[in-house]
Design a protein around this ligand. Structure first.
Ligand code: FES
Ligand code: FES
Length: 396
């Protein structure tokens, strides 16, 4: 139990809360603020969206203890907000709701869109709204409502309008700069390669604030061949869905990786350093990056260890991914859905290595980018479908 102090809808609150309690449950169960709806509870549907310190967050995957000393605003806290009044009216006029389950999250997101994109066209509205799902599929009415409010704001501005929220310039078009981060500085304490290498039986080293995922895959080639391939950074990068190598010198790399996962859209640019232990056939890639869409930062270590199987005809690649996200995307980092997604990415990575070692032509940059986007989308659906099947006890 922890004691937290926060402000909810302009009211100071002091509460005992279990560390595992999510903000959405805390608001609904402890404070009777049932306007915050819980849908997927995986950070995907956006029904539970509230503001924390003025920024929309998914309360179903935000721990209440993480909101200590912060200002939370739920849909009940907008009664006197002129912009929200106009949005509510427009939703009603344009039939922007049917059952209303998604509506609190839709309204909070719509208000955020109005603050960030006063000149948004329909395409921009739909893009920004893509993190909120409506089970009744009332999107036409919702988009029409937002458009009408944006038009109305031009003709009738709000006198004490809420301050516009900054948009990261060029967020969707320009490449992020590299100089704003650095891969693991030489002075940072680092575990020796062999000590941090995972095996299928070995749990990942858990550092405070880091998430660890262990997995492995088997490729039907001898260990030496796989080990040589894994040291070839351009080839390895071409096997990573969404990844693009910008420059490398054998040990250090700079690159980008684009991720689209439900409401989460990120384009991390980063640098990493590869350390290999040839005798033990294990290696670690330590990297850091920054997403210029959300201004989130990531640190990550990818450790891999190779062992020979099937009399030397196959190689098992044990992978441990340890990462820490800071910034708006941090709320997704521990989501079970995201962990499943990463595991599917690792499996996809193994399949691509098998294809390349088997002689399939490496995709060119354009093809790789296209297929990466496609794969990222299909991976999301395969993860969600896998969960649905598990829920109903059906095998593959
Ligand atoms: S309930 Fe939180 S995103 Fe769906
Ligand atoms: S109005 Fe029913 S879920 Fe959106």
């Amino acid at each position: 139990m922890s004691v937290i102090e926060l402000t909810i809808n302009d009211r100071s609150v002091r509460s005992d809360v279990e560390s595992r309690v999510h903000l959405g449950d805390f608001l609904r169960d402890t404070h009777n603020l049932t306007g915050t709806h819980l849908g997927c509870e995986h950070g995907v549907c956006g029904a539970c969206t509230v503001l924390v310190d003025g920024e929309p967050v998914r309360s179903c995957i935000t721990f209440a203890v993480a909101c200590d000393q912060q200002k939370v605003r739920t849909i009940e806290g907008f009664d006197d907000d002129e912009l929200m009044k106009r949005l509510r009216h427009a939703f009603s006029i344009h039939h922007g709701l049917q059952c209303g389950y998604c509506t609190p999250g839709m309204l909070i997101t719509a208000r955020d869109i109005a603050r960030r994109f006063p000149d948004a066209d329909e395409a921009r509205i739909r893009l920004e709204l893509s993190g909120n799902l409506c089970r009744c599929t009332g999107y036409m009415g919702i988009v029409a409502a937002i458009k009408s409010v944006l038009a109305d704001l031009k003709a009738n501005p709000i006198a004490d309008a809420p301050a516009p929220r900054a948009v990261v310039s060029g967020a969707t078009t320009s490449a992020p700069a590299f100089q704003t981060f650095a891969a693991a500085p030489a002075s940072a304490p680092q575990a020796p390669v062999a000590a941090s290498v995972a095996s299928p039986d070995q749990p990942a080293t858990l550092r405070k604030g880091w998430t660890a995922i262990d997995d492995s895959f088997v490729v039907p080639f001898a260990l030496d061949k796989v080990w040589a391939f894994m040291g070839d950074l351009p080839s390895v990068t071409s096997c990573l869905p969404g990844a693009e190598l910008v420059e490398h010198d054998g040990e250090s790399v700079k690159g980008r990786i684009a991720i689209k996962f439900g409401p989460m859209s990120a384009n991390f640019a980063g640098a990493a350093r590869l350390e290999r232990d040839d005798a033990a056939h294990c290696a670690v890639m330590r990297g850091a990056g920054q997403d210029n869409i959300s201004r989130s930062r990531a640190n990550g270590d990818v450790t891999y260890a190779l062992t020979s199987e099937a009399g030397g005809n196959e190689t098992r690649v044990a992978v441990t991914l340890e990462y820490m996200l800071q910034g708006p995307l941090a709320q997704f980092s521990r989501s079970g859905l995201v962990k499943d997604f990463v595991r599917r990415m690792i499996a996809d990575f193994g399949a691509r290595i098998t294809a390349q070692l088997g002689g399939s032509a490496a995709p060119d940059a354009a093809t790789a980018a296209t297929s990466a986007k496609f794969n990222a989308g299909s991976l999301v659906w395969s993860v969600i479908w896998g969960r649905v099947k598990r829920l109903f006890g059906k095998g593959d």
